[in-house]
Design a protein around this ligand. Structure first.
Ligand SMILES: [Zn+2]
Length: 555
């Protein structure tokens, strides 16, 4: 009897001990996470614009958000970042860029910063050392920035790089400087009048238009491997700038295929919203098969062009250019084609995104869209740039929920000469605040590589309406500045909304992708002149650190 009691007692004791151990370990045991960031000021960009201190990410998604105590008491991870009071924002989304174009640019030395031809020489020498290849290619020189503003000649190229084929394209893309070896390898034939610049009857190596194109045609095709490496380089530039998603505003099927291969192989982590060029191949391979939304790829829109650009007087205006009364610019799409493409997209449930810059082009696209959209709707058809909008047309954006897709740095890049082109119409140009009022939201982007990739420049141009030198002091047409909250949303949650991705990304909320940036300054509070001095410390995509500024210890 006694022994039975003893056995029972021992049994009960062990049961209690065991359950105590289980309870204890339950208390100690934290849910595993792949990455935890704590001691941070996290601007979540949720609907209440709330601020949190810590976030946990697992399997690519945000699983917890709250105070540092809350998150650290419930979640554990081998990978933790002590943000030490620094600032976290949703990963930036560029709503209009040319990612593939940026990759292709990696083939060219960037000459846009050269202040003299001697500087061009030293840039390409460094470039040729860093990236040795048969041809030396460069892009972006502008003799207007050099002393004397004279067109260069190829004699210095031939002297410094004897026998090397060199092709340097001017900033506008219409003129090139070619070395003698590059000319020798090209089939120039008879040079049309005005397409070459001579000095004392001798070719200088500067060619224009169709003759420039003939030299470009002599450059060997880029290899698959080089294309892949350029795409990877482009993605790293995006990560370093704090971008976790981009839109590619117009791609062909073959380019999309290459991107998908890199994404499928998990080499390319950048999330990409692809707009389809209106080609038969794209219609067959994509549009007819329906919308694609994977975590890394969105395909649900087509890209059209209604007109050209303001700088080259290609944008289509209702009245002649102020600085050239002979022209109003021109449309590059017919009414029939526009209707045909819009119908295809409408029937497939795709968005239409049309480049329109002049007031005539914008008015045309608004009315074309309205014919399909009828009234209020949620199809999110977009007008890319929407730079000059006739005040009589602007309400059409709101009436038909047409989305103006803006690039704030275009305003501050163009402001130096846009008045010459537009005269009094400048008041209705780059009117981002007015456009924002139409639907209560709008997406922001850069159009890189035409502008810099840097989302901070977009933020600064949006809120300050100043260029990188802080000019003009009062801001360019500052009545159209966005508030800081609006600017941040336009580059995150509203940019996501512009591709129907707002449920998956654009804010830091449980269930969304773990995409974020950590920065050293508070974009909401730091003084305006400090904004461009902000540093990106980390960029995170799906809980994976893709950029780490200092490779610093994280704890
Ligand atoms: Zn573009």
């Amino acid at each position: 009897m006694e022994s039975l009691t003893k056995i029972l007692r021992i049994f009960l004791f062990s049961l209690l001990t065991a359950s105590a151990v289980i309870m204890n370990s339950c208390h100690d045991m934290k849910h595993p996470a792949d990455l935890i960031i704590y001691n941070a000021n996290i601007y979540t960009c949720d609907s209440a614009f709330s601020v949190a201190q810590a976030v946990a990410i697992k399997d690519g998604l945000i699983i917890s958000l709250g105070t540092t105590d809350y998150v650290l008491s419930r979640y554990g991870s081998d990978d933790q970042i002590n943000a030490k009071g620094k600032y976290v924002y949703p990963g930036f989304i560029d709503a209009h860029s040319h990612f593939y174009g940026l990759a292709n640019m990696q083939r060219y030395a960037d000459l846009s910063g050269a202040g003299s031809f001697e500087e061009v020489i030293s840039i390409i020498r460094q470039w040729h050392t860093d990236y040795p290849s048969e041809w030396i290619l460069g892009f972006g020189w502008d003799q207007n920035k050099w002393p004397g503003k004279q067109f260069p000649s190829n004699s210095l190229l031939d002297k410094h790089f004897p026998g090397v084929p060199i092709l340097l394209t001017r900033i506008d893309g219409h003129a090139v400087l070619a070395s003698t070896e590059a000319i020798n390898r090209s089939q120039l034939g008879v040079i049309p009048q005005g397409e070459a610049i001579y000095n004392n009857g001798k070719l200088t190596g500067v060619f224009l238009e169709s003759t420039a194109d003939k030299i470009k045609a002599a450059v060997p095709q880029i290899s698959e491997m080089e294309t892949e490496s350029n795409l990877m380089k482009a993605s790293e530039l995006c990560y370093a700038a704090g971008l976790t998603s981009v839109t590619d505003a117009g791609l062909d099927a073959a380019d999309i295929q290459r991107l998908r291969q890199l994404q499928d192989a998990k080499k390319l982590l950048l999330r990409i919203n692809v707009m389809l060029n209106p080609t038969e191949e794209n219609f067959e391979q994509y549009l007819s098969k329906g919308i694609i939304t994977t975590p890394v790829l969105t395909i649900r829109s087509i890209k059209l062009y209604a007109d050209g650009a303001l700088g080259s007087r290609g944008a289509c205006l209702r009245k002649p250019y102020t600085d050239d009364q002979r022209t109003k610019g021109m449309m590059v799409i017919s009414e029939n084609k526009m209707e045909e493409f819009c119908k295809k997209a409408f029937d497939a449930g795709f968005q239409v995104c049309t480049h329109a810059i002049g007031d005539s082009a914008v008015g045309f696209v608004l009315r074309q869209y309205a014919g399909f959209l009828k009234g209020k709707n949620d199809r999110r058809w977009r007008i890319e740039h929407a730079q000059v909008v006739d005040p009589q047309d602007i309400d059409l954006f709101g009436d038909f929920n047409i989305v103006p897709s803006i690039q704030a740095t275009h305003a501050t890049s163009d402001m130096g000469w846009a008045y010459e082109r537009l005269g009094a119409r400048i008041k209705y140009a780059y009117a981002y605040k007015q456009l924002l009022r139409q639907n209560g939201w709008l997406p922001n982007g850069t159009d890189f590589p035409i502008e810099a990739i840097d989302p901070l420049k977009t933020f600064y141009a949006s809120v300050a309406r100043k260029n990188n030198e802080g000019k003009p002091a009062m801001g360019f047409q500052s009545e159209n500045a966005l508030s800081r909250i609006e600017a941040l949303k336009s580059m995150t949650i509203w940019a996501a909304r512009a591709s129907f991705d707002e449920k998956a990304k654009g804010s830091i909320e449980a269930g969304k992708f773990g995409d974020l940036v950590i920065m050293d300054q508070d974009l909401m509070k730091v003084s305006e002149d400090q904004l461009l001095k902000t540093t990106i410390l980390y960029t995170v995509i799906g809980g994976k650190v893709v950029y780490d500024s200092a490779h610093q210890p994280r704890q």
